[in-house]
Design a protein around this ligand. Sequence first.
Ligand code: TYD
Ligand code: MG
Length: 452
Amino acid sequence: MARSSDTYVCQSCGAVYAKWAGRCDACGEWNSIELETQSAPPGAVAVKDGKGNAIRLDSLEGDIQSERRLPSGNAEFDRAVGGGLVPGGALLVGGDPGVGKSTLLLQIAAGLAQEKSKVAYISGEEAIAQIRMRAKRLGLSKAPVGLASGTNLRDILATLRTEKPDVVIIDSIQTLWTDTLPAAPGTVTQVRACAQELVRFAKQNTCAIILVGHVTKDGQLAGPRVVEHLVDAVLYFESESGRSFRILRAVKNRFGAAHEIGVFEMTGGGLREVSNPSALFLSEGDGVVSGSVVFAGIEGTRPLLCEIQALVSQSSLGAPRRAVVGWDSARLSMLLAVLDTRCGLDFGRHDVFLNVAGGLKISEPAADMAAAAALLSARLDTPVPPKMVVFGEIGLSGAVRPVPQMPARMGEAEKLGFEQVLCPALGEDKPKGLRSSLIGEVADLVNYIKGL
Ligand code: TYD
Ligand code: MG
């Protein structure tokens, strides 16, 4: 029988239950609920006795810490975190096992150390010799990084108190455990407690802390989602299977723009920065094919061009197929409905496939018109001009609306040798070197493509 201090905790999202269940109601994960024994931390006192020290209330105006940033010298990483690490800030880097988190952070550790920050790299997963081997392979053996292998939080905090580093890297948060809790390492209770302690240490000692977290589906290791609320910034390190480039994506950042991305390529000598990612996401070859359109997008603060490909084919199925890669399927349905209702173009007997080339994921509404142009180009079997970029948001009425940062989008297109732009009304933002065709309604877009 369960004791009163026992609770059942979802290892994926941290929801707490009084009894076991096969599926977590909060996050929908199966088999993620496990028994955890809770105990009050030593020295904890009951709240009801009314003891405690009053906290002073301050005004909004007053002393603030200077906007000091710790650069890593790695432009892609620094951009993704919003211009370098912030002293006292906590960062979570999540990603699938094997994506290259340890490689990235060892390179960042070396970069920070070369930029005169004192760095401690603490690994709970690998032995010192293994990390040295990787450092040798990456050509970073000479970098003045303090290396340790350990998993006991008490020991780690004691080390940090004496060493006083500017930056601490913990690889990974799931391997740490604190002896104040009876739960096993890797459980949500342990991960949360260790992360909380480390974040508190970072704030009190103005040291920047980077936590590595594995994202696993099988519920064996605690999902780092519980840690996401504790830290100042969350970055995901992602890869498209079978491809060598990696994207570091900021999903939450108290110190910079969210949705900012850093792009890397995994090579034999570690991760290489990709400073011109637009070239990566545009397919090679100048062959003019129908259904392929270049979208001028914005990822975070950076303009990024990428290719949207559509394929429309006659279907023999009663319910034709709709498949998307890197795109939202609900948005595809909406675009098809708008094209059908406003322009009478029937996609009802066609299979429709929409793909964002290069493994990029697009969530910007500004990509609507590029996707619509790709769909129309595929449906009408009419290629669009090769040196053209497209952007614009499409409403349910069929109206094409202006989108943010139009000059930046056109600037990037011009820089990469594009000659024309298909876009909504530009107002003041006239392009300098591009020929523009303005589209106010999807019907205009249909006429434009029919007229090619
Ligand atoms: P790793 O950083 O250990 O991944 P994680 O910490 O996210 O689990 O990276 C492992 C992969 O990276 C492994 O498959 C080998 C590859 N790799 C390279 O291709 N080049 C390199 O220089 C290094 C160090 C690793
Ligand atoms: Mg690792």
